[in-house]
Design a protein around this ligand. Structure first.
Ligand SMILES: [Zn+2]
Length: 250
């Protein structure tokens, strides 16, 4: 069994909540640490609080990968940048990877919250790369790929797959059922899948009953759920629901 001494990849669930912080959970954010690279997969508005609670130094994060352009998935980036400038006096460059329009949305939000700070300069480089289903993005030893999923955000919502340290982690992002999900999960070590409701169909989201019906099609070593809304939180299920602060060793 993999434990904290033999693990090639450490995944920390920083936030497992929905947009409403249902159950007191923080917005979506997962920290991956392997092969000397530290990545965030999603960085919702409350993620900086979760990083601090988990004892993770935001200054050390190399890459932020964003699944889609809703605030509970990317709204923490302006706060990472703000802390980088004023708190950490960051020099390490930061790469943000996500759907077309990510840079514009981050800069619009940052400028609305802290006018003039970006224009003054952060003191470290922030670069943006568009994540496209047709091409992987390589960062040091990590390869980041995506598939289109079905959700809003004003841009293409993406399911994410990260290969790093000989391990693979898949993440659904927010989506209703799509045939892309079994492809995304195929052969992965860990599949983090959103599940918003128990049996209530919700446009753009998955429900537990659908996932139970389809789970045999996920050829992943481990399926865990995230993003529960109020209805799911009232029902105990058989599938594993992530908790904020949980660490998984792969
Ligand atoms: Zn969303």
């Amino acid at each position: 069994m993999t434990n904290n001494t033999t693990a090639k990849l450490i995944v920390t669930c920083i936030g497992s909540g929905d947009a409403f912080h249902s159950g007191g959970r923080l917005h979506s954010c997962f920290h991956l640490d392997a092969a000397g690279v530290r990545l965030l997969v999603d960085c919702g508005s409350s993620s900086p609080a979760g990083l601090a609670r988990s004892g993770i130094n935001a200054d050390q994060i190399d890459v932020v990968i964003v699944s889609h352009l809703h605030g509970d998935h990317f709204g923490g980036i302006p706060y990472l940048l703000l802390a980088g400038k004023y708190l950490h006096h960051r020099t390490r460059p930061l790469l943000c990877v996500g759907p077309e329009g990510l840079q514009q949305r981050v800069e619009q939000v940052f400028d609305a919250l802290y006018p003039g700070v970006l224009a003054d300069g952060l003191g470290f480089a922030v670069t943006y790369r568009v994540l496209d289903p047709a091409a992987a993005v390589a960062v040091q030893d990590a390869r980041i790929r995506c598939l289109p999923v079905i959700h809003g955000g004003g841009a293409q919502a993406l399911g994410i797959r990260v290969e790093i340290g000989g391990c693979s982690v898949s993440y659904s992002g927010d989506t209703e059922w799509t045939e892309q999900l079994p492809l995304l999960a195929q052969g992965s070590d860990l599949f983090i899948c959103e599940c918003f409701s128990y049996d209530q169909p919700t446009p753009g989201h998955l429900d537990y009953v659908t996932l139970m019906r389809e789970k045999k099609r996920f050829t992943t070593k481990r399926l865990v759920l995230t993003h529960p809304g109020p209805q799911l939180l009232e029902r105990a299920g058989q599938l594993e629901l992530l908790e904020d602060g949980a660490r998984l060793w792969i």
